[in-house]
Design a binder for this molecule. Structure first.
Ligand SMILES: [Zn+2]
Ligand SMILES: [Zn+2]
Length: 252
């Protein structure tokens, strides 16, 4: 596997030092590459690229494998940060399963990118996400909790992601998603998407609530202890072994 070479890294850093542009999307977001380093991981060897942006102080990162500069058909996964899921292994969402599945998949490929977007709780922030959990714990109408967690400005994430891909000089991508609508939104921002790669997760003891037929039939994600799980990523991942009926129910 070829990686970004020292000269390429230096070139990217030099170019980005004074980068300014008219910005991407409605909010005219501009990002800059700030730092690049090797990132060997349990999922394979990657490089990690830190970005700054003109909107806020969030430090978005790209986890990159292979020589993606000027490349076509690069597999790309967008992941929204979830401290409780990604780091702590919370079972209230499937974020960690989704992230691990993407890193495992790309770790076996010659090239690919995970954009790790610092949009905790679908952009509402950690505290509000925990408030939404708390509403659920109190047994209040979960529609309210759902709404608190679900309200977000998708456009902003996609603009950041689109500019990150442009900064990395990716010419075209294959988006790892189960949500074709997501492709249209990224495409509107100028990203060339040649294909979609379904995002399949391996079944494990933690995501079995998706596979529970009754729960899926009722249109809710309810685990065996009766707790509902809210989707925190922008699309719902599919677990190997799910029936077509169950997959369709996820979109309802
Ligand atoms: Zn820019
Ligand atoms: Zn989560």
């Amino acid at each position: 596997m070829t990686t970004l070479l020292h000269e390429q890294i230096q070139m990217l850093l030099d170019e980005n030092r004074d980068h300014e542009c008219e910005g991407v999307g409605r909010d005219k977001i501009c990002v800059r590459i700030e730092a690049i380093a090797e990132l060997p991981s349990r999922f394979g060897d990657f490089q990690i690229i830190a970005f700054s942006n003109t909107r806020d102080h969030k430090e978005h990162v790209a986890i990159v494998r292979g020589d993606i500069l000027g490349a076509d058909d690069v597999p790309v996964r967008l992941h929204s940060e979830c401290l409780t899921g990604d780091v702590i292994g919370s079972l209230r969402c499937d974020c960690r399963d989704q992230l691990e599945a993407a890193l495992k998949m790309i770790g076996k490929m010659d090239k690919g990118i995970v954009l790790y977007l610092r949009q905790e709780g679908r952009g509402i922030g950690l505290t509000n996400k925990i408030r939404a959990y708390s509403l659920q714990d109190a047994g209040l109408d979960t529609v309210e909790a759902n709404r608190a967690l679900g309200f977000r400005d998708d456009e902003r994430d996609y603009a950041v992601a689109a500019h990150m891909l442009m900064s990395l000089k990716v010419r075209s991508i294959r988006l790892i998603t189960n949500n074709p609508r997501k492709m249209a939104q990224l495409a509107e921002l100028g990203i060339v998407i040649n294909n979609r790669i379904p995002h399949m997760m391996e079944p494990n003891e933690y995501n079995r609530f998706y596979l529970e037929t009754k729960a899926v039939k009722s249109g809710h994600w309810i685990d065996l202890r009766g707790r509902r799980h809210l989707p925190e990523q922008t699309d719902r991942a599919i677990i190997e072994g799910m029936s077509q009926e169950a997959i369709e129910a996820l979109d309802g």
